[in-house]
Design a binder for this molecule. Sequence first.
Ligand code: EPZ
Length: 423
Amino acid sequence: MDSIIVHGNGPLSGQIPVSGAKNTCLKLMAAALLSDEPLTLTNVPRLSDIRTLSTLLQSHGCEVALLQDERVMVLSAREITNRKADYEIVRKLRASFNVLGPLLAREGEAIVSLPGGCAIGARKVDLHMMALETLGADIVLEEGYVHATAPKGLTGAVIEFPFVSVGATENALTAATLARGTTVIKNAAREPDTVDLAKCLTEMGAKISGAGTSEITVEGVEKLHAATHRVIPDRIELGTFMIAPAIAGGEVELLGGRRDLLETFCEKLEEAGVEIEETNHSLKVSRKNGGAKAVDVSTAPFPGFPTDLQAQFMALMCTAEGTSVLEETIFENRFMHAPELIRMGAEIDVHGGTATVTGVEGLKGAPVMATDLRASVSLILAGLAAEGETVVSRVYHLDRGYERIEEKLSAVGARIERVQGDG
Ligand code: EPZ
């Protein structure tokens, strides 16, 4: 397996293009199963998670063609040839569970493997099932699979989530597009990913209102049709690269970056002393005067501080002046980066869902590894500010969600390289 080696190399300077959003693109791809006409996606990121979902969709009979240097994807599900999503793929990629709504709505039946546990928490799927049952599906669990049936189709209903779930909102939303009558989703996710999915479904002929608010209304239609849709910029990739100049100093322009995708995160960075300037096509991020200051954060569903940026923010707080308290409220086990950052000299105390970080003068390079995507990238960010060499192993986590990370960071002056074979 490959490793990534980072050397602290002083301030960064230059531009980084932001890719299309992984988590959005995955849900858009699953939505292609709703129609027998093609869905064309542009601004597709080149990531291993995207390839994994393509393989699953192909197993259902959906043709997947990549064009223009893999930036454009044409998904054509003329006929669903298989209603079963196999454990071998679903266990690798939880977002695969989002084929459940589209398959059930279109075919009246779906058999989808339960995804199983995950490094960051239990990540149950009870809300996905509750939502589909509310729309009239019969669901039984058989040998690790969810077997959902609705032979006469789904029927619109009021779905009220007890708390916000991005994936369950999206499964409910896709299923409701082909249900008979009106569905109202209450306490819906407001994430930009969900809004973009609703936009794409609308382009495919769905009747949706309220996306981006906590109540989404869907009028079911008979059929969806062909559409072409551009995937929004990846706000988590954007936020990750915004931390790079914040931690290493200098100024980096994130091409395609938009503040509205990350308002709360931007406010926290500014509180920490980072300057952010929005242009009509980018965000310019700089830290020029002294080090960052300690700032407390608590993760929350959109528009709150994203859990997917908590690890990266913690890396920044490790060298900030003062003590910060980071609270993780979405996942039960999302501080796996803390022990690795401690190996680099950080001072962090974790108690349950709260981490107290006392900034230190400087971090020191070390061999480190992490068991999820965002934890891994936080170690690369810490490496940018550390003295000496940081070797991050288990790089396959990074390849799931960051496109050519070493090239993008090298382009702004980071000393970073991929080494094949060990780690
Ligand atoms: C999405 O996961 C993202 N993944 C995650 O990104 C992100 O961290 C998360 O939303 C929160 O923003 C994709 O979009 C592919 P949830 P999802 O359902 O949909 C609990 C990354 O690094 N819950 O909003 O799975 C759940 O356990 C990742 O790119 C239930 O209890 O998240 C969690 O505690 C990781 N029952 C909370 O809700 C359910 O049926 C929020 O999860 C569903 C969820």
